[in-house]
Design a protein around this ligand. Structure first.
Ligand SMILES: [Zn+2]
Length: 113
């Protein structure tokens, strides 16, 4: 399936992760792995946060097909907040200070797992 030419669509919005009226965007947004098709995950993260907080500008209107993906991202943010990650803070921006997988959050980063 060829991907539609979004920029030529009457409802094209460059801020949207997935575009209404595009069959491939709809398929990707509804798939089990919608994040694999997102070009800029950092931008998507912040877009989802601002969407749920009602802080998107009118020109950043969401498409119907991306709403599900934005809400999944938001639910992850809310869950990660309980782990100490501030709402809206993109994990990639602090990845250098995160603990390696399989290590506990203990002083000195002692391996207990
Ligand atoms: Zn598309």
């Amino acid at each position: 399936m060829a991907h539609d030419y979004h920029q030529g669509a009457a409802n094209y919005n460059p801020y949207q992760l997935f575009h209404d009226g595009c069959a491939e965007c709809k398929l990707n947004a509804e798939s089990m792995y919608p994040f694999s098709k997102i070009k800029d995950m950092r931008q998507a993260w912040h877009r989802a946060c601002r969407f749920e907080q009602g802080r998107l500008e009118p020109e950043e209107a969401v498409s119907n097909v991306e709403v599900r993906v934005l809400r999944i991202l938001w639910s992850l943010m809310v869950r990660l907040e309980r782990e100490g990650l501030s709402l809206g803070l993109y994990p990639g921006d602090i990845s250098g200070v995160m603990y390696p997988i399989g290590r506990a959050h203990t002083p000195g980063n002692k391996r207990i797992i």
